[in-house]
Design a protein around this ligand. Structure first.
Ligand code: KDO
Length: 323
């Protein structure tokens, strides 16, 4: 964080009233990313300090508190205050979220923000609150997911992925995306992926370039295929039980802090994505541009003819595409 920003935050904190530690609200967050991931840094540097006057932000990275995919249930049961969740995890409980898990649905980071801020998002936010007791505060940019394999065969189109054992996150919609890409998907928690690539238990994984670097997957893989099959996102989420304990002023501060963290993380992640192709090539990875049209057509066709699409309110896909 720049010195100017640090001074500004200190100044902000010094004038605002600090609650005694005993009266501070505890905000325990569990997330599956490592502390060095840009989204973790964004929350530590931009969210924590802004809520310091009245809340004790306590992040737990690397799924050290709750396993990946169990955070939303923990919040619903009152055992966790915050998490960074995904459309795929929400879709496990709220089918309409499956539209945001479809390959090629979001065009870029700016499109994600327009969609999240648009009135079309209200039913999604309301259902998350009503069904899970979770409030979605802001949308984080995770990045364009690429195929990252330990095999060396050239992959140009979905048919080349036949028989490739591709690890995808455990949510059912991730497994669907793996099949839509033409591979044989296998579910696995994020924290197990490096070892599985090292031992050959899987042929590959998919994640954005910043994650491939941050989790050092390039050490145990041979190639990247730039499918950009989903411009992936996360949502900063807070328990409604925790939210309802806050004053309106504290709620506004929390919303602003989440927005600031998401904006900071998005800027950093976009910067990283630009620079990492060269870096990964220097680390020995072969990097290929596949037949994007072939992947896009195959994936979009799979979703449009899927049961998921029957959950999507009429016209919603067109409204998302029009933003
Ligand atoms: C993953 O498990 O591959 C995934 O990318 C899923 C995302 O939704 C997100 O949870 C991410 O893991 C973690 O934040 C690690 O980057």
């Amino acid at each position: 964080m720049s010195a100017a920003r640090t001074l500004a935050i200190i100044a902000l904190l010094s004038i605002s009233s600090h609650l005694p530690a005993s009266e501070k609200i505890k905000l325990r967050l569990s997330f599956d990313a490592p502390a060095t991931d840009q989204r973790a840094i964004a929350l530590t540097e931009e969210f924590g300090p802004r809520v310091l006057p009245f809340a004790d932000f306590e992040p737990h990275w690397n799924s050290s508190l709750f396993r990946q995919g169990t955070e939303l249930i923990a919040i619903a049961r009152g055992n966790l205050d915050m998490t960074v969740t995904s459309a795929q995890q929400l879709a496990e409980f709220i089918p309409i979220f499956s539209i945001f898990t479809a390959g090629y649905i979001h065009r870029d980071a700016a499109h994600q923000v327009r969609v999240f801020n648009d009135p079309l998002m209200l039913p999604f936010k309301e259902q998350a609150q009503q069904i899970l007791g979770v409030k979605l505060l802001a949308v984080m940019y995770l990045g364009r997911r690429q195929l990252n394999l330990r095999t060396e065969e050239k992959i140009l189109s979905p048919s080349d992925l036949r028989g490739i054992k591709l690890r995808m996150p455990s949510s059912e919609t991730w497994q669907f995306l793996g099949r839509a890409l033409g591979a044989s998907p296998t579910p696995m928690a994020f924290s197990e992926v490096y070892t599985a690539l090292q031992t050959g238990a899987i042929d590959g994984q998919d994640n954005p370039l910043p994650t491939v670097v941050n989790s050092r997957f390039y050490e145990v893989t041979k190639q990247l295929i730039l499918t950009s099959h989903i411009v992936d996102l996360n949502y900063i989420a807070i328990s409604m039980k925790t939210w309802d304990k806050l004053t309106e002023r504290q709620q506004n501060t929390i919303e602003h802090a989440a927005f600031a963290a998401a904006a900071f993380g998005r800027k950093e992640q976009l910067e990283l994505e630009k620079d990492l192709i060269g870096y990964l090539r220097n680390q020995g990875l072969k990097i290929y541009e596949p037949d994007l049209q072939a992947f896009r057509e195959e994936v979009q066709q799979a979703y449009e003819s899927s049961d998921y699409a029957s959950n999507w309110p009429k016209g919603l896909l067109e409204r998302i595409n029009a933003l």
